[in-house]
Design a binder for this molecule. Sequence first.
Ligand code: SF4
Length: 408
Amino acid sequence: MFIPKLIQVTEEAKDDALTKEYLDRCKFINPKVKVVYVENSKPELPAHLDAAGRYHHMKETLLICRRSSSFIETFESPGHIVERMSTMVKSVFNCSSSCEFCYLGKTALRQQHQKLYSNIDVIEQEMLNEIPIHIGLNTILSAYAFYNESPLLKIPPGFKKFADEFRNKLSRMGKNKISQEDVSKYINDNLAEILLKLDVPLAQQQYFNIKKQLPSYFAENKKFDVSFNIGEYTDIGAIDHISGHLNFFAGLVEKHKNIKINFMSKSPNLTSLLKAQCDNRVLVTIGFNPQSVIDKYEHGTYSLKERIAAAKQVQKKGDINLKLEIEPIIFIPDYEKEYIKLIRKLLKELDVNKISKITMGGIRLAADYRGIIPQYFPDTDLLDMHMENQMLVMIGTDTRLKNVLIFI
Ligand code: SF4
């Protein structure tokens, strides 16, 4: 269980009701926790620390602050992978666990902290606004795809920046209340500017063709609901004993029948979800690996046994969708045997009829992170040539060395 050693609280957040709740929970689990007040949400890290020192300091420290930009963002979708536009809600940023392969390790280099936001109350209206905004963004993607006469395998370059600006302009962190009509009218009135921002060079005829088709694109995209990813750039379950955010999101799912959420976790702390009426609008993905991999590379996470117990509880609850993610596969000695043993164990202990999907993926390491891993974990063998060679067999053209199989 994550127990912070140091908590920093910004001046702005210090009197917020949620800040008090976070502090009370932290003091309950660690009465000796040190609490300091800082001027802003970018406090300096201690100057004497090297890269490893900064990384481990960040993992033991929690910064409680207010978020000043939208809690909702479009996921950037980096790398050569195929995926739909994904929409994140960032009520927490960064993770208390220390998986050696996790790209979040890079954030320590940029002096990014592990943040818990104290003004999450605005998230409710932001999420409600996002439902029509999501249809609008998909409508723009349809226009883009039809113009290029090619289906989109992922969001095009520059689309994340565009989508975040589009959302901020309409929603303004939930200060406005947005309807489908507002979004449809905005796109119709600003189509030329929108397409220019996306680098779509239009002749007059094409512009009018797309404009004519907008109502049909909009109507078609209404069929695709948004599911909010509340667990990107964090393991939201691993900090829930301090944040209580799963309870907050479960409350929104119960209150609004059009809200769907999803997240991935390696933690069994799912109690609030287990008490809520989730109505099959929650997708929980539990990450699995053989225990030997967890012990060696997924520091600070929960055991395989605890993760299986969590998956069983989700299945018993009956109105939460469960996905199993076996990722990243690491080429430990006997990895074929170990992973087959893991899959057999999962299929034996869990009810296969209550698993919505299983995914498996190879290890994914950004090129600029590989040199940093041994600095944080001097004894690691994650990058051994043996493993690299094995990976190269799998990778195909993906620059991040990722290969995902979906077999259910
Ligand atoms: S639990 Fe997930 S988010 Fe946290 S360090 Fe591990 S891989 Fe990264």
